[in-house]
Design a protein. Structure first.
Length: 439
Protein backbone atom coordinates (compact mmCIF):
# COMPACT_ATOMS: atom_id res chain seq x y z
CA UNK A 1 0.00 0.00 0.00
CA UNK A 2 1.26 3.45 -0.90
CA UNK A 3 -0.14 6.57 0.70
CA UNK A 4 1.35 9.97 0.08
CA UNK A 5 -0.27 13.17 1.23
CA UNK A 6 0.60 16.80 0.62
CA UNK A 7 -1.71 18.46 3.15
CA UNK A 8 -2.44 22.10 3.68
CA UNK A 9 -1.50 23.54 6.87
CA UNK A 10 -4.30 23.41 9.49
CA UNK A 11 -4.56 24.03 13.18
CA UNK A 12 -6.41 21.37 15.14
CA UNK A 13 -7.64 22.51 18.54
CA UNK A 14 -8.96 19.79 20.85
CA UNK A 15 -12.37 20.26 22.36
CA UNK A 16 -12.14 21.85 25.79
CA UNK A 17 -12.66 19.56 28.75
CA UNK A 18 -15.83 20.08 30.79
CA UNK A 19 -16.84 19.51 34.38
CA UNK A 20 -16.01 20.92 37.80
CA UNK A 21 -12.51 19.43 37.71
CA UNK A 22 -11.69 21.06 34.39
CA UNK A 23 -13.20 24.35 35.62
CA UNK A 24 -11.07 24.36 38.76
CA UNK A 25 -7.99 23.25 36.81
CA UNK A 26 -8.41 26.10 34.33
CA UNK A 27 -8.60 28.64 37.13
CA UNK A 28 -5.61 27.12 38.93
CA UNK A 29 -3.52 27.06 35.77
CA UNK A 30 -4.25 30.69 35.01
CA UNK A 31 -3.45 31.70 38.60
CA UNK A 32 -0.07 29.98 38.29
CA UNK A 33 0.55 31.40 34.84
CA UNK A 34 -0.39 34.97 35.76
CA UNK A 35 1.85 34.88 38.86
CA UNK A 36 4.84 33.65 36.85
CA UNK A 37 4.04 36.12 34.07
CA UNK A 38 4.05 38.95 36.60
CA UNK A 39 7.38 37.88 38.09
CA UNK A 40 9.07 37.33 34.73
CA UNK A 41 7.45 40.47 33.38
CA UNK A 42 8.85 42.60 36.16
CA UNK A 43 12.35 41.20 35.64
CA UNK A 44 12.15 41.43 31.85
CA UNK A 45 10.69 44.94 31.91
CA UNK A 46 13.47 46.17 34.20
CA UNK A 47 16.27 44.64 32.14
CA UNK A 48 14.98 45.41 28.66
CA UNK A 49 13.90 48.98 29.38
CA UNK A 50 17.20 49.68 31.11
CA UNK A 51 19.26 48.28 28.24
CA UNK A 52 17.23 49.95 25.49
CA UNK A 53 17.24 53.28 27.32
CA UNK A 54 21.00 53.14 27.91
CA UNK A 55 21.62 52.06 24.32
CA UNK A 56 19.43 54.82 22.87
CA UNK A 57 21.14 57.43 25.05
CA UNK A 58 24.66 56.41 23.95
CA UNK A 59 24.02 55.41 20.34
CA UNK A 60 25.57 58.63 19.07
CA UNK A 61 28.98 57.48 20.34
CA UNK A 62 28.49 53.95 18.91
CA UNK A 63 28.71 52.38 22.35
CA UNK A 64 24.94 52.25 22.40
CA UNK A 65 24.66 49.89 19.44
CA UNK A 66 25.97 46.80 21.26
CA UNK A 67 23.81 47.76 24.25
CA UNK A 68 20.74 47.96 22.00
CA UNK A 69 21.63 44.56 20.54
CA UNK A 70 21.89 43.20 24.08
CA UNK A 71 18.48 44.67 24.92
CA UNK A 72 16.65 43.10 21.99
CA UNK A 73 18.38 39.75 22.59
CA UNK A 74 17.32 39.82 26.25
CA UNK A 75 13.79 40.55 25.07
CA UNK A 76 14.08 37.56 22.73
CA UNK A 77 14.99 35.36 25.69
CA UNK A 78 11.96 36.47 27.71
CA UNK A 79 9.77 35.98 24.64
CA UNK A 80 11.04 32.40 24.38
CA UNK A 81 10.24 31.92 28.08
CA UNK A 82 6.69 33.18 27.47
CA UNK A 83 6.21 30.72 24.61
CA UNK A 84 7.34 27.88 26.84
CA UNK A 85 5.19 29.13 29.74
CA UNK A 86 2.01 29.39 27.68
CA UNK A 87 2.67 26.00 26.10
CA UNK A 88 3.27 24.25 29.44
CA UNK A 89 0.49 25.89 31.48
CA UNK A 90 -2.14 27.23 29.09
CA UNK A 91 -1.59 24.71 26.27
CA UNK A 92 -1.07 27.51 23.74
CA UNK A 93 1.19 26.87 20.76
CA UNK A 94 3.14 30.01 19.90
CA UNK A 95 5.53 29.14 17.06
CA UNK A 96 8.80 31.04 16.87
CA UNK A 97 9.38 33.11 13.71
CA UNK A 98 12.63 32.49 11.90
CA UNK A 99 15.27 35.09 12.80
CA UNK A 100 16.62 37.37 10.15
CA UNK A 101 19.98 36.14 8.86
CA UNK A 102 22.88 38.38 7.79
CA UNK A 103 23.79 38.37 4.14
CA UNK A 104 26.41 35.90 3.01
CA UNK A 105 29.89 37.35 3.40
CA UNK A 106 28.80 40.08 5.79
CA UNK A 107 31.41 41.38 8.20
CA UNK A 108 31.31 40.88 11.96
CA UNK A 109 29.86 44.36 12.55
CA UNK A 110 26.93 43.74 10.20
CA UNK A 111 26.36 40.30 11.71
CA UNK A 112 26.36 41.81 15.20
CA UNK A 113 23.84 44.49 14.21
CA UNK A 114 21.52 42.14 12.31
CA UNK A 115 19.14 41.71 15.32
CA UNK A 116 18.46 45.46 15.20
CA UNK A 117 17.11 45.06 11.65
CA UNK A 118 14.89 42.11 12.53
CA UNK A 119 11.26 43.27 13.06
CA UNK A 120 10.59 40.32 15.38
CA UNK A 121 13.23 41.46 17.86
CA UNK A 122 11.44 44.78 18.25
CA UNK A 123 8.10 43.00 18.56
CA UNK A 124 9.68 40.94 21.37
CA UNK A 125 10.75 44.17 23.08
CA UNK A 126 7.26 45.64 22.70
CA UNK A 127 5.78 42.45 24.10
CA UNK A 128 7.95 42.76 27.24
CA UNK A 129 6.37 46.14 27.96
CA UNK A 130 2.81 45.17 27.05
CA UNK A 131 2.91 41.83 28.86
CA UNK A 132 4.18 43.38 32.10
CA UNK A 133 1.46 46.04 32.10
CA UNK A 134 -1.11 43.36 31.27
CA UNK A 135 0.08 41.09 34.09
CA UNK A 136 -0.15 44.02 36.53
CA UNK A 137 -3.86 44.16 35.74
CA UNK A 138 -4.84 40.53 35.22
CA UNK A 139 -3.07 38.96 38.21
CA UNK A 140 -4.76 41.12 40.89
CA UNK A 141 -8.04 40.80 39.00
CA UNK A 142 -8.02 37.01 38.95
CA UNK A 143 -6.87 36.86 42.58
CA UNK A 144 -9.72 39.15 43.64
CA UNK A 145 -12.30 37.23 41.60
CA UNK A 146 -11.12 33.89 42.95
CA UNK A 147 -11.24 35.14 46.56
CA UNK A 148 -14.70 36.51 45.87
CA UNK A 149 -15.80 33.06 44.67
CA UNK A 150 -14.36 31.49 47.82
CA UNK A 151 -16.45 33.95 49.82
CA UNK A 152 -19.52 31.89 48.91
CA UNK A 153 -18.56 29.64 51.79
CA UNK A 154 -15.81 31.59 53.48
CA UNK A 155 -17.82 34.78 53.95
CA UNK A 156 -20.63 33.37 56.10
CA UNK A 157 -18.19 31.20 58.08
CA UNK A 158 -15.94 34.21 58.77
CA UNK A 159 -18.98 36.24 59.84
CA UNK A 160 -20.04 33.57 62.35
CA UNK A 161 -16.50 33.30 63.75
CA UNK A 162 -16.10 37.08 64.11
CA UNK A 163 -19.51 37.29 65.75
CA UNK A 164 -18.27 34.99 68.52
CA UNK A 165 -14.77 36.48 68.79
CA UNK A 166 -15.18 40.27 68.52
CA UNK A 167 -17.02 42.50 70.98
CA UNK A 168 -20.62 43.30 69.95
CA UNK A 169 -19.80 46.94 69.17
CA UNK A 170 -17.20 45.84 66.55
CA UNK A 171 -19.34 43.37 64.59
CA UNK A 172 -21.40 45.83 62.58
CA UNK A 173 -21.83 44.56 59.02
CA UNK A 174 -23.92 45.20 55.94
CA UNK A 175 -27.09 44.26 57.77
CA UNK A 176 -26.55 47.04 60.31
CA UNK A 177 -25.71 49.58 57.56
CA UNK A 178 -28.91 48.61 55.68
CA UNK A 179 -31.03 49.05 58.83
CA UNK A 180 -31.92 45.39 59.31
CA UNK A 181 -33.52 44.74 62.71
CA UNK A 182 -31.06 43.51 65.33
CA UNK A 183 -32.23 39.87 65.54
CA UNK A 184 -31.78 39.49 61.76
CA UNK A 185 -28.45 41.28 61.32
CA UNK A 186 -26.29 38.17 61.47
CA UNK A 187 -28.41 36.11 59.03
CA UNK A 188 -28.61 39.11 56.69
CA UNK A 189 -24.82 39.54 56.71
CA UNK A 190 -24.28 35.85 56.00
CA UNK A 191 -26.90 35.85 53.22
CA UNK A 192 -25.51 38.96 51.52
CA UNK A 193 -21.98 37.57 51.61
CA UNK A 194 -23.23 34.26 50.23
CA UNK A 195 -25.05 36.01 47.36
CA UNK A 196 -22.00 38.15 46.55
CA UNK A 197 -19.87 35.00 46.60
CA UNK A 198 -22.31 33.31 44.21
CA UNK A 199 -21.89 36.18 41.75
CA UNK A 200 -18.10 35.76 41.75
CA UNK A 201 -18.44 31.96 41.69
CA UNK A 202 -20.62 31.97 38.58
CA UNK A 203 -18.52 34.58 36.77
CA UNK A 204 -14.98 33.51 37.67
CA UNK A 205 -14.97 30.93 34.85
CA UNK A 206 -15.84 33.38 32.05
CA UNK A 207 -13.49 35.97 33.53
CA UNK A 208 -10.60 33.50 33.58
CA UNK A 209 -11.39 32.39 30.02
CA UNK A 210 -11.45 36.00 28.89
CA UNK A 211 -8.16 36.85 30.60
CA UNK A 212 -6.58 33.68 29.20
CA UNK A 213 -7.72 34.59 25.70
CA UNK A 214 -6.34 38.11 26.22
CA UNK A 215 -2.88 36.83 27.14
CA UNK A 216 -2.98 34.30 24.31
CA UNK A 217 -4.06 36.95 21.81
CA UNK A 218 -1.31 39.38 22.84
CA UNK A 219 1.27 36.59 22.71
CA UNK A 220 0.08 35.37 19.33
CA UNK A 221 -0.08 38.87 17.88
CA UNK A 222 3.35 40.03 19.02
CA UNK A 223 5.33 36.80 19.28
CA UNK A 224 4.01 34.58 16.49
CA UNK A 225 2.21 36.68 13.87
CA UNK A 226 5.33 36.95 11.72
CA UNK A 227 5.65 33.15 11.78
CA UNK A 228 2.28 32.91 10.05
CA UNK A 229 3.41 35.47 7.48
CA UNK A 230 6.62 33.54 6.93
CA UNK A 231 4.64 30.33 6.47
CA UNK A 232 2.33 31.97 3.94
CA UNK A 233 5.33 33.34 2.06
CA UNK A 234 7.02 29.95 2.13
CA UNK A 235 3.88 28.22 0.84
CA UNK A 236 3.58 30.81 -1.91
CA UNK A 237 7.22 30.29 -2.92
CA UNK A 238 6.80 26.51 -2.84
CA UNK A 239 3.59 26.83 -4.85
CA UNK A 240 5.31 28.96 -7.49
CA UNK A 241 8.25 26.55 -7.63
CA UNK A 242 5.90 23.58 -7.93
CA UNK A 243 3.95 25.40 -10.64
CA UNK A 244 7.09 26.16 -12.63
CA UNK A 245 8.29 22.57 -12.25
CA UNK A 246 4.90 21.12 -13.21
CA UNK A 247 4.59 23.44 -16.19
CA UNK A 248 8.09 22.61 -17.36
CA UNK A 249 7.46 18.87 -17.02
CA UNK A 250 4.13 19.17 -18.84
CA UNK A 251 5.73 21.10 -21.69
CA UNK A 252 8.56 18.56 -22.01
CA UNK A 253 6.06 15.70 -22.03
CA UNK A 254 3.87 17.48 -24.59
CA UNK A 255 6.89 18.17 -26.77
CA UNK A 256 7.97 14.52 -26.53
CA UNK A 257 4.49 13.24 -27.29
CA UNK A 258 4.15 15.58 -30.26
CA UNK A 259 7.54 14.49 -31.58
CA UNK A 260 6.89 10.79 -31.11
CA UNK A 261 3.31 10.80 -32.37
CA UNK A 262 1.67 13.45 -34.53
CA UNK A 263 4.94 14.82 -35.93
CA UNK A 264 6.04 11.41 -37.19
CA UNK A 265 2.61 10.72 -38.66
CA UNK A 266 2.57 14.10 -40.43
CA UNK A 267 6.01 13.41 -41.90
CA UNK A 268 4.73 10.05 -43.11
CA UNK A 269 1.62 11.69 -44.59
CA UNK A 270 3.78 14.29 -46.37
CA UNK A 271 5.92 11.53 -47.89
CA UNK A 272 2.78 9.64 -48.93
CA UNK A 273 1.42 12.71 -50.69
CA UNK A 274 4.70 13.06 -52.57
CA UNK A 275 4.41 9.41 -53.66
CA UNK A 276 0.83 9.99 -54.75
CA UNK A 277 1.95 12.83 -57.00
CA UNK A 278 4.48 10.58 -58.70
CA UNK A 279 2.07 7.61 -59.00
CA UNK A 280 -1.02 9.49 -60.22
CA UNK A 281 -0.18 9.04 -63.91
CA UNK A 282 1.97 5.89 -63.75
CA UNK A 283 -0.10 3.71 -61.37
CA UNK A 284 -3.49 5.22 -60.42
CA UNK A 285 -4.54 2.14 -58.42
CA UNK A 286 -1.39 2.26 -56.32
CA UNK A 287 -1.89 6.01 -55.86
CA UNK A 288 -5.40 5.36 -54.51
CA UNK A 289 -4.02 2.83 -52.02
CA UNK A 290 -1.35 5.25 -50.84
CA UNK A 291 -4.01 7.98 -50.57
CA UNK A 292 -6.11 5.76 -48.30
CA UNK A 293 -3.07 5.12 -46.11
CA UNK A 294 -2.36 8.85 -45.93
CA UNK A 295 -5.98 9.53 -44.96
CA UNK A 296 -5.72 6.92 -42.20
CA UNK A 297 -2.50 8.49 -40.92
CA UNK A 298 -4.13 11.91 -40.82
CA UNK A 299 -7.10 10.46 -38.94
CA UNK A 300 -4.79 8.85 -36.39
CA UNK A 301 -2.91 12.14 -36.09
CA UNK A 302 -6.14 14.00 -35.39
CA UNK A 303 -7.13 11.45 -32.72
CA UNK A 304 -3.74 11.75 -31.07
CA UNK A 305 -3.89 15.54 -31.09
CA UNK A 306 -7.29 15.35 -29.41
CA UNK A 307 -5.85 13.02 -26.78
CA UNK A 308 -2.97 15.38 -26.09
CA UNK A 309 -5.30 18.36 -25.83
CA UNK A 310 -7.15 16.74 -22.94
CA UNK A 311 -4.33 17.88 -20.65
CA UNK A 312 -5.05 21.48 -21.63
CA UNK A 313 -8.24 23.32 -20.78
CA UNK A 314 -10.64 22.50 -23.65
CA UNK A 315 -13.16 24.98 -25.07
CA UNK A 316 -16.03 23.02 -23.52
CA UNK A 317 -14.68 23.86 -20.05
CA UNK A 318 -14.84 27.57 -20.86
CA UNK A 319 -18.11 27.45 -22.75
CA UNK A 320 -20.20 24.96 -20.76
CA UNK A 321 -18.48 24.63 -17.39
CA UNK A 322 -16.77 21.94 -15.36
CA UNK A 323 -19.57 19.31 -15.17
CA UNK A 324 -19.88 19.22 -18.98
CA UNK A 325 -16.09 19.02 -19.42
CA UNK A 326 -15.86 16.13 -16.94
CA UNK A 327 -18.77 14.39 -18.66
CA UNK A 328 -16.84 14.61 -21.94
CA UNK A 329 -13.76 13.11 -20.26
CA UNK A 330 -15.93 10.26 -19.00
CA UNK A 331 -17.41 9.73 -22.47
CA UNK A 332 -14.04 9.36 -24.21
CA UNK A 333 -12.49 7.23 -21.45
CA UNK A 334 -12.08 3.53 -22.35
CA UNK A 335 -13.36 2.68 -18.85
CA UNK A 336 -16.93 3.15 -17.59
CA UNK A 337 -16.84 6.38 -15.58
CA UNK A 338 -19.53 7.70 -13.22
CA UNK A 339 -19.27 11.45 -12.64
CA UNK A 340 -20.87 13.25 -9.69
CA UNK A 341 -20.12 16.93 -10.26
CA UNK A 342 -22.77 19.53 -9.35
CA UNK A 343 -22.69 23.07 -10.67
CA UNK A 344 -20.21 24.98 -8.48
CA UNK A 345 -19.12 28.59 -8.60
CA UNK A 346 -15.36 28.06 -8.86
CA UNK A 347 -12.56 30.32 -10.07
CA UNK A 348 -11.36 29.52 -13.57
CA UNK A 349 -7.88 28.38 -12.48
CA UNK A 350 -9.44 26.00 -9.93
CA UNK A 351 -11.73 24.49 -12.58
CA UNK A 352 -8.72 23.96 -14.86
CA UNK A 353 -6.87 22.32 -11.97
CA UNK A 354 -9.78 19.97 -11.22
CA UNK A 355 -10.10 19.13 -14.92
CA UNK A 356 -6.40 18.34 -15.14
CA UNK A 357 -6.54 16.11 -12.04
CA UNK A 358 -9.48 14.12 -13.43
CA UNK A 359 -7.94 13.87 -16.91
CA UNK A 360 -4.59 12.61 -15.62
CA UNK A 361 -6.17 10.23 -13.09
CA UNK A 362 -8.47 8.70 -15.74
CA UNK A 363 -5.53 8.29 -18.11
CA UNK A 364 -3.51 6.53 -15.41
CA UNK A 365 -6.46 4.31 -14.50
CA UNK A 366 -6.97 3.30 -18.13
CA UNK A 367 -3.29 2.51 -18.65
CA UNK A 368 -2.27 0.85 -15.40
CA UNK A 369 -5.11 -0.02 -13.03
CA UNK A 370 -6.88 -2.89 -14.78
CA UNK A 371 -10.09 -1.44 -13.35
CA UNK A 372 -13.62 -2.23 -14.46
CA UNK A 373 -15.09 1.15 -13.48
CA UNK A 374 -14.15 4.56 -12.10
CA UNK A 375 -16.09 7.02 -9.94
CA UNK A 376 -15.35 10.76 -10.06
CA UNK A 377 -16.74 13.02 -7.32
CA UNK A 378 -16.40 16.79 -7.08
CA UNK A 379 -17.69 18.67 -4.03
CA UNK A 380 -17.30 22.03 -2.34
CA UNK A 381 -15.98 21.68 1.23
CA UNK A 382 -16.07 25.10 2.89
CA UNK A 383 -13.57 27.31 1.09
CA UNK A 384 -12.03 24.35 -0.76
CA UNK A 385 -13.05 22.10 -3.61
CA UNK A 386 -12.41 18.38 -3.32
CA UNK A 387 -12.10 16.03 -6.28
CA UNK A 388 -11.91 12.28 -5.75
CA UNK A 389 -11.22 9.64 -8.41
CA UNK A 390 -11.62 6.04 -7.26
CA UNK A 391 -11.29 2.85 -9.30
CA UNK A 392 -11.75 -0.84 -8.53
CA UNK A 393 -8.48 -1.97 -10.10
CA UNK A 394 -5.45 -3.85 -8.84
CA UNK A 395 -4.04 -0.95 -6.76
CA UNK A 396 -0.36 -0.65 -5.95
CA UNK A 397 0.04 2.80 -7.51
CA UNK A 398 3.22 4.59 -6.45
CA UNK A 399 4.30 8.21 -6.41
CA UNK A 400 7.50 7.97 -8.46
CA UNK A 401 9.67 10.90 -9.46
CA UNK A 402 8.86 11.84 -13.01
CA UNK A 403 5.69 9.73 -13.01
CA UNK A 404 2.18 10.90 -13.73
CA UNK A 405 1.11 11.01 -10.08
CA UNK A 406 4.19 13.04 -9.11
CA UNK A 407 3.43 15.52 -11.88
CA UNK A 408 -0.17 15.65 -10.72
CA UNK A 409 0.97 16.38 -7.15
CA UNK A 410 3.14 19.20 -8.44
CA UNK A 411 0.25 20.65 -10.44
CA UNK A 412 -2.02 20.61 -7.37
CA UNK A 413 0.75 22.06 -5.16
CA UNK A 414 1.08 24.96 -7.61
CA UNK A 415 -2.51 25.84 -6.65
CA UNK A 416 -1.61 25.65 -2.91
CA UNK A 417 -3.62 22.45 -2.64
CA UNK A 418 -2.86 18.94 -1.46
CA UNK A 419 -2.95 15.56 -3.17
CA UNK A 420 -3.30 12.17 -1.52
CA UNK A 421 -3.05 8.73 -3.12
CA UNK A 422 -4.38 5.63 -1.37
CA UNK A 423 -3.64 2.46 -3.34
CA UNK A 424 -3.51 -0.79 -1.35
CA UNK A 425 -2.54 -3.87 -3.34
CA UNK A 426 -5.59 -5.56 -4.84
CA UNK A 427 -8.07 -2.99 -3.54
CA UNK A 428 -8.21 -0.22 -6.11
CA UNK A 429 -6.78 3.29 -6.11
CA UNK A 430 -8.21 6.49 -4.70
CA UNK A 431 -6.72 9.80 -5.81
CA UNK A 432 -8.00 12.81 -3.87
CA UNK A 433 -7.08 16.46 -4.34
CA UNK A 434 -8.17 19.42 -2.23
CA UNK A 435 -7.69 22.84 -3.82
CA UNK A 436 -8.44 26.14 -2.06
CA UNK A 437 -10.79 28.32 -4.05
CA UNK A 438 -8.90 31.42 -2.87
CA UNK A 439 -5.50 30.13 -4.07
Amino acid sequence: MTTMTLPRTADETPAPARGVGAWASRIGRFLGYSFLALVLGAIGFSLVIALLSAGAATVVVWVGLPILVGGVLVARGFAAAERALQSAILGTHLPTPLPKQPRAGAGWVRRMLTPLTDPQRWLDSLWVLVNFLLALITFPLVIGWTLGAIATVGGPVATLILENVLPPEETDGLGTLLGVPEPYVLPADALLQFLAGLFFLFTVGPVVRGLTALHQGVGRGLLSSRHEEQQRLQRAEESRAAGRSAESAALRRLERDLHDGPQQRLVRASMDLARIESLTEKDPERAQAVLREAREQLGLTLDELRRLSRGIAPPILVDRGLPAALAELAAISPLPVQVEAPELDLPEHVEIGVYYVVSEALTNAAKHSGAGSVVVEVARIGEDVRVRIEDDGRGGAEMRTGGGLAGLAGRVASLEGGLSVHSPEGDGTRVEAVIPCAS
